[in-house]
Ligand binder design. Sequence first.
Ligand SMILES: [Zn+2]
Length: 214
Amino acid sequence: MKKIILIIFILVISLSYKEEKVVNNNINSKYIALTFDDGPNNKTTPRLLDELKKRNIQATFFVLGLQAEKYPEITRRIVNEGHTIGNHTYNHYNLSRLSFLEAQNELQKTSDVIFSITSIYPKYYRPSYGSIKKNQINKINLKLVRWTLDSKDWRYQNTPRIVKKVLNEVDGNEIILMHDIYDTSVDAAIEIIDKLTVQGYKFVTIDKYLQVST
Ligand SMILES: [Zn+2]
């Protein structure tokens, strides 16, 4: 009888030890949400999707309503391959320069376009230029997502410079801003993924990121 109790005791101890180990692994993980604005683009987005698929990595795409309408197949592909789709306005206007109703329309129209193509209403938005008036924020039924690390890919359009900036600045959990409309950005994203994966970073959608990083 004593022997059985001892075995049960050892079993309980070893199980709880295992559980603790799993929890610690989670704490030590570094998460990155790669976010791509301004697409989809028929020349660059499919290649990025191919490369993400090869690596079984999910990212977040803040699409323009105008572009989603132009490329519904690519928009559907983004969702079908497990990425999170977000709203980046319809025309890429600076919302802070628009009236409340105009700004609302830019976002609503884009959410409607995304829904008509994918049957999904986006939960997140990123205003073009990250710019929106405070009184516009509260009235929009979307969660605002900015970024913690700007790759400046749109400015550099130079793969080694983009990669270097991100690798120099990355520090634990990050939301990285990129644009899937330049070949240099696609190349840089692939290199960033491969280099940071080796360093123990995990790449996740913004949905997952917000769960694990806060
Ligand atoms: Zn943009």
